[in-house]
Design a protein around this ligand. Sequence first.
Ligand SMILES: NC(=O)c1ccc[n+]([C@@H]2O[C@H](COP(=O)([O-])OP(=O)(O)OC[C@H]3O[C@@H](n4cnc5c(N)ncnc54)[C@H](OP(=O)(O)O)[C@@H]3O)[C@@H](O)[C@H]2O)c1
Length: 329
Amino acid sequence: MPILQPPVPELPAALSFAGKTAIVTGANSGLGWASVVHLAKRHISTLVLAVRTRKTGEATKAALLADPAVRALPTPPTILIYELDLARPSSVAAFASKILADLPTLDILLLNAGMGNLNWVTTPETKTEQMFQVNFLSNAMLAVRLLPLLRASAQKSRATSHLCIVGSRMIPLHSYTKNPIPETSSVFAFVNDPAHFKKFSRYPDTKVLVTMLVRELARRTDAAEVTVNSVCPGMVKTNIDTKQPLWIKVPMVFIHAIRSRTAEVGARTLVNAVSAGPETHGQMLEDFEVNAFLDTEQGKKMEEKVWKETLAAADSFAPGSVEEANLRD
Ligand SMILES: NC(=O)c1ccc[n+]([C@@H]2O[C@H](COP(=O)([O-])OP(=O)(O)OC[C@H]3O[C@@H](n4cnc5c(N)ncnc54)[C@H](OP(=O)(O)O)[C@@H]3O)[C@@H](O)[C@H]2O)c1
């Protein structure tokens, strides 16, 4: 990994999201916040801020409307606040149902919210490992539930919709090669067993699952209708490290100072991903090659299992959603 990261080009001046509706999860902080600023400045019509609390959403909305570039727009975007806690499947289900009931169209689904953690923590409702639930499973459930709306909106507008899940180029640091999941074991059960929790690998482990999901969704989705991709923004100074122990936070201050992109710069890669063409379908957009594991025999077999288990989870999360999203082979 080079010490300095390559520069990220400015977004094209002509890029416009006029007439479009976008959902951005984790819109209150870091890359999510910088992405909603980019989208607002580029004339997005309706912006859904998906955040953990209404209070955070109100503060984010006020900050966005106070941004000088947004204030200068002839028509500011309609900003809607929806509560979403990815650690709680009940919140994910309520969010998806409200979106389907309230939004006539959805052109962009930017599943950005995510977390890094070094400790084994389980979620309050399902007792699944938190990073697995937040970074992967809840995003998978949202993707399956909202795909039909993205498709229907593309058909209505005759323009491609976009579904992007934020990934990471830390994927090569995953634990699946060193600690292979036995053929007879479920992937979900394996990663939710504390005996298999490797603290420095769990974050990339969850992002491997995200990348596999994006590939499988893309295989079953017409790129001209909904382009499905993933993106890594590079190393970006955000709040993601703030909950880490001091021995990580302190060196990170120096590392960020030397090499990190600002959230504004990193978010350009997210906004690029949700406006990118069909060549990005199923891809993880990034600077380095990281997909080697995914294309090994072991990776392919694991991806098949991840997909089957994701569909089973979606079936029990929202019965009928897999058929509705036309994802059954
Ligand atoms: N920063 C980097 O260098 C980097 C590199 C590669 C990929 N990424 C990815 O970029 C994405 C955004 O991260 P960031 O760097 O911008 O970090 P951040 O500033 O910490 O933002 C993370 C966002 O996710 C939200 N979130 C966390 N847990 C959630 C939950 N249970 N339910 C709903 N929302 C939740 C946070 O909400 P709260 O504010 O309420 O906690 C926050 O809005 C993540 O997917 C991360 O993995 C970051």
